[in-house]
Design a protein around this ligand. Sequence first.
Ligand code: NDP
Length: 329
Amino acid sequence: MFNALVVNRDEESKKTSAAVEQISLDQLPDGEVTVAVEYSTVNYKDGLCIGPGGGLVRKYPHVPGIDFAGTVETSSDDRYKPGDKVVSTGWRVGEAHWGGYSQKANVKADWLVPLPEGLDCRQAMAVGTAGFTAMLAVMALEDHGLEPGHGPVLVTGAAGGVGSVASAILANLGYEVAGVTGRPETAEYLTSLGVSQIVAREDLNETVKRPLEAESWAGCVDAVGGAMLARVLGQMKYGASVAAVGLAGGAGLPTTVIPFLLRGVNLLGIDSVMQPYDNRLRAWTRIAADLPMDKLEAMIQPARLSDLPKLGADILNGQIKGRVVVDVN
Ligand code: NDP
């Protein structure tokens, strides 16, 4: 028997409740690789899955946790053997499939990547899906021509998980980073990550009145979406790109096509879940090289399985600063 955070649903009221329970190996879903999980983390999607599910969870009882890192215990796939350190993100683990809020997990070998050289399991979970996605976003901007010296790069939701990692990576690569936050009290933290200009959320929250504003940003990693993304599109420099990562501020996009037609602005979609294996490795290798570990350490809030019901609600309310690292043992 081992510990897991289990979400149950009352079929009459449809209300869910999450608590740490003892479960056994035969309760885990089928998989080719059994992993002794060391660490997990809390992403926005985890908040949804710890709570009412947000349409992501199909069946209850459910074990959430979209990310985990740990050691292979058994494997029926040649690519992994007992003792190997592995990382799991995406592929709907923690949503459609039981996830990492458990001392053991069973998954397909295809879903795993070897723990990147230069990172331990705890650091890999401090990165997690949020940081992995931040790296994918930076890579997409670079692939579309962004280089240091082109001007400030805007990061929205800067004090959150995606925003914190994106800010630290960009600053380390020599970019001038402007961070949008609705929490002025995080200014010192953001500065420590390398953000050189703090932009107040209110300055970008209003809906678009003019489709084009002054050309301000050479690139943008956007974790917020909604009205803020619409405003930002009209403020991009000629030919610049926005990597659309998240919807913390809304899924709508109340804009016009004018920034695309008159300024050649690019809107780049970033998905971490179905990302092909080769690009996953490329992103993890870049993280190990380009994310300074002292800055990653400054983002970490440690937690245990029993803290997750509260942390799940906190992330949905935009109250998590940086990255939570959950020691499941
Ligand atoms: P966090 O909660 O850690 O960060 C989100 C941040 O957005 C908050 O910290 C806050 O930053 C800001 N924010 C919250 N609510 C609002 C609002 N109403 N208006 C404006 N800003 C707001 O979440 P994550 O960083 O883990 O995820 C961010 C987004 O990215 C989520 O929508 C998530 O679903 C998405 N995502 C997408 C992935 C993909 O594959 N495309 C992968 C990972 C995440 P501040 O306090 O600084 O203002």
